[in-house]
Ligand binder design. Sequence first.
Ligand SMILES: [Zn+2]
Length: 254
Amino acid sequence: MRTMIMKEAASFLIPYRCDICNGYSDIEKSTGYLDSLYRRVYSGERGFHICSRCLLGIVPKSCDKRWFTCLSNPLDEDEYNDLTLFMPFEYSGVVDKALPRVKFDNRREIARLFGILLGEIIRQEGITADLIVPVPLSEQRFRERGFNQAEEIAYPVSVICSIPMGNNALFRTRNTGRQSDIRDTAMRAVNMSGAFEVSSEWDITGLRILLIDDVATTGNTLRECAVELYGNGAADVLCCAFSGNRQLKNDEPF
Ligand SMILES: [Zn+2]
């Protein structure tokens, strides 16, 4: 109780700074829906602070503009060229600014905010699956960062949508480096080829899998994960990314 009073007093005297833009958080007391979702997922107090400008800048696309082909340049000869991607948030200036902060400033709480917002959208869309699988990081990158941003985004989705999460179902066989460092689309595909494996501890036969990453650009990373999941008997794989700068495609929902 005393700690709470002191925290309240401190927030009045020294306003919190927004985790995305570093400006003063002007809506600390008026984000009740975020607080209750955060408590439901993590059984604790919200660990991020956000200002009204940034929160309003994380904009869901309208319902008919959330579905894409997974690959930005699908090839006719690729048997996985019709993989579907659900990507419901605009690649706005705020999202563009926030995603690097997650990866390079280790702002795990921003990924959790994205996961909560994504979870609500997936629940409202009525998307169902048997298992959620986040795109894995290499062990080296995980050690450097201390967390996997895709897993941080996927976990709230798992809780909000009541779908179990298999965060170790898929792993990286090697460190592929940053896809964003490779400019050429074909080279990105080559770089990801055979980079993932399903763990021998998991039997995913017949499961409908919701595969989640933070951002999709060419879609090659999600494709490689999906190929591996299908190769191990998955009945269906829906790729999902929080956001990405991509052309629109309307597909039938999962
Ligand atoms: Zn802000």
